[in-house]
Design a protein. Structure first.
Lengths: 112, 116
């Protein structure tokens, strides 16, 4: 039931782009994305609701394809501050529970 | 930070002893969650609560119990700690904007538990 994220790890140079994918075997109500810095708590980035919504947050955007039960997170012109572990959290069923099942995480390292 | 505090932040205990972790919130949010985080597994849901005395199991609930007698406090108890329960435990609350069914999670700072 846990969604699968790919890749597991990414190393980038500043200014490069990255895509992180999240795939579920269950029908999804929403997909959430979080970033966690080492030794800190996860921090919310964005929510995508079913309906093919695409959202953006500075130079970070995401898409959600409910038919394929997949979401992708796009990081463009990466900055050093983007380093961390990214998690997708999936909410199944009809929503209204707030209960998220998280993927195993994708570690992103941005180098100067 | 949505007013969430976890205690204790660090604890070392021995196998077989009971342990209780506390999550306290100051903003009267209805939905609260306990997750554990282990390398390679991400965040796994242990238990969650929809309100006072209203709790349910998550993905990895075996060996854990919870209680919520007040809106502001959500307690996680390990009745008899085992080494496999060594982990970082995060409490979270869901903040739902008006008119939306789903909300973002705000996490506490985490409680690092080591079971020897």
């Amino acid at each position: 039931q846990q969604p699968v994220q790919s890749p597991q790890a990414v190393i980038l140079r500043e200014g490069e782009d990255a895509v992180i994918n999240c795939s579920s075997s269950k029908a999804l109500y929403s997909v959430h994305w979080y970033r966690q810095k080492h030794g800190e708590a996860p921090v919310f980035l964005m929510i995508l609701l079913k309906g093919g919504e695409q959202k953006g947050h500075d130079k970070i955007s995401a898409s959600f394809n409910e038919k394929k039960q997949q979401s992708s997170l796009y990081l463009t012109a990466s900055q050093l501050s983007y380093s961390g572990t990214y998690f997708c959290g999936t909410e199944i069923g009809s929503g209204n529970t707030g209960k998220l099942i998280f993927g195993q995480g994708t570690t992103l390292q941005v180098k100067p | 930070d949505a007013g969430i505090t976890q205690s204790p932040r660090h604890k070392v205990t021995e196998t077989g002893t009971p342990v209780t972790l506390r999550c306290h919130q100051t903003e009267n949010h209805r939905y609260m969650y306990w997750y554990r985080q282990d390398p390679g597994h991400g965040l796994r849901l242990i238990h969650y609560s929809y309100g006072v005395k209203d709790t349910d199991k998550g993905e990895v609930s075996d060996g854990y119990s919870v209680s919520r007698s007040k809106t502001e406090d959500f307690l996680l108890t390990l009745e008899s700690a085992t080494s496999s329960q060594t982990s970082v435990y995060f409490c979270a609350i869901s903040v739902k904007p008006k008119g939306r069914d789903t909300g973002e999670l705000f996490f506490g700072e985490g409680s690092r538990l080591t079971v020897l």
